[in-house]
Design a protein around this ligand. Structure first.
Ligand code: MG
Length: 386
């Protein structure tokens, strides 16, 4: 039996993780849940999974939750709030595995808390590695923690390289669906609405990551994530557009062989693999109906129409605080697009301006990284309001 704590239990990954847990009750038990403000769903999860400890993002939500929880049934349950409370769930002694799936930079500090507690971390929050990759990876070593990727592409690579020495990997190729706007021209993208950008063809995901998928920033952040997870330089990480989302990523070996991982696009696959690793569970994802596949196609990404991908490569090559700035600026720009304040094509333009005016610093201190994050948010708002 593995005890599991989920950070971000009411989000898209959190819900899929609880689906997996409820399908295998003899293998997994929920000991901790942390969520934002979706109390209605959190209470349902508490009643179903009976965690020992629960945390919510802020004090008001905490008070509402306390008032709505039927006291007698949950008198032994500990309820906490804030980054500190969520970090306590991340480090709780009873948890064998911590699923880090809080969206965006808010996931950074709780993930670091889990690392410092030496946990096995099923990492879905890519921002942790984008913002503080060097620091996080050295802490993972120092505290004896383990990172298991949950992002589907990184899970695919992780499955494909198992048993191989690093020297034998020539390149990894992250696949991207291309999102709802693949094949469109810059002119066509000028007037697209948030609603059309939120209609992802293959994956069901949260709002922020769905927009990131449409701009290709998601793939850019994943390139940075892959760099840290697998210790490969940017020139050994490629991206291919693969609209069917069946091949989740590919490893090219030095002898000219390729190994890819294939499955239907369903996040329960990579989540279950991280939870059961190194074993596999029965019937997690529906089998592929090979005869009904119309084909598997691959194209080079269109960097001119979707500049976010190049911005991410450039942030990775620049290093220091630049990836944190890219990430923070993107979060603010995406929120402004979702609110109808800026158009789709302005997202990369604004991020580039913020990156260009950033005073680069080495990212070897969490305070410096958080300050770069704060600065980038402020500067992005200024750019938006110009
Ligand atoms: Mg992904």
């Amino acid at each position: 039996m593995k005890n599991i704590a989920i950070l971000g239990s009411t989000g898209s990954i959190g819900k899929s993780a609880l689906d997996v847990v409820s399908k295998f009750p003899d293998r997994f038990r929920i000991v901790g849940l942390a969520a934002g403000r979706n109390i209605t769903l959190l209470i349902k999860q508490i009643e179903q999974f009976r965690p020992e400890t629960v945390a919510v993002s802020d004090e008001n939500t905490y008070k509402t939750l306390k008032s709505q929880i039927p006291d007698l049934k949950f008198q032994n349950m500990e309820i906490l709030f804030g980054t500190e409370g969520i970090s306590r769930v991340a480090a709780m002694p009873d948890a064998d595995i911590v699923i880090s799936s809080i969206v965006g930079s808010a996931g950074l500090l709780p993930t670091i808390a889990a690392i410092k507690a030496g946990k096995v971390i099923a990492l879905a929050n890519k921002e942790t590695l984008v913002m503080a990759g060097d620091l996080v990876m050295s802490s993972v070593k120092e505290y004896g923690a383990t990172l298991l990727p949950v992002d589907s592409e990184h899970s695919a690579i992780f499955q494909c390289i198992k048993g191989y020495e690093k020297y034998s990997i020539k390149k990894i190729i992250l696949t991207a669906s291309g999102g709802p706007f693949a094949g469109k021209t810059i002119e066509e993208l000028e007037k697209v609405s948030p609603e059309s950008a939120l209609k992802h063809p293959n994956w069901s995901m949260g709002r922020k990551i769905t927009i990131d998928s449409a701009t290709l920033m998601n793939k850019g952040l994943e390139v940075i994530e892959a760099h840290y997870l697998f210790g490969l330089p940017p020139e050994k990480i490629d991206v291919l557009i693969h609209p069917q989302s069946i091949v989740h990523s590919i490893v090219e070996f030095i002898d000219g062989s390729y190994i890819a991982q294939l499955s239907k696009p369903d996040m329960k696959g990579p989540i279950a693999y991280a939870l059961s690793y190194p074993e596999r569970l029965y019937d997690v994802v529906e089998p592929i109906d090979w005869e009904s596949l119309s084909g598997l196609t691959f194209q080079k990404p269109d960097h001119r129409t979707f500049p976010c991908l190049s911005l991410a490569y450039s942030a990775l090559k620049t290093g220091g605080t630049m990836p944190a700035v890219l990430n923070a600026s993107n979060e603010i720009a995406v929120a402004a697009f979702l609110d109808g304040i800026i158009g789709f094509n302005r997202i990369p333009v604004i991020i580039k301006k913020v990156m260009d005016s950033h005073k680069l610093q080495p990212a070897d201190d969490i305070g410096v990284i958080l300050e770069a994050d704060r600065w980038a948010r402020e500067d992005t708002l200024k750019e938006i309001n110009k």
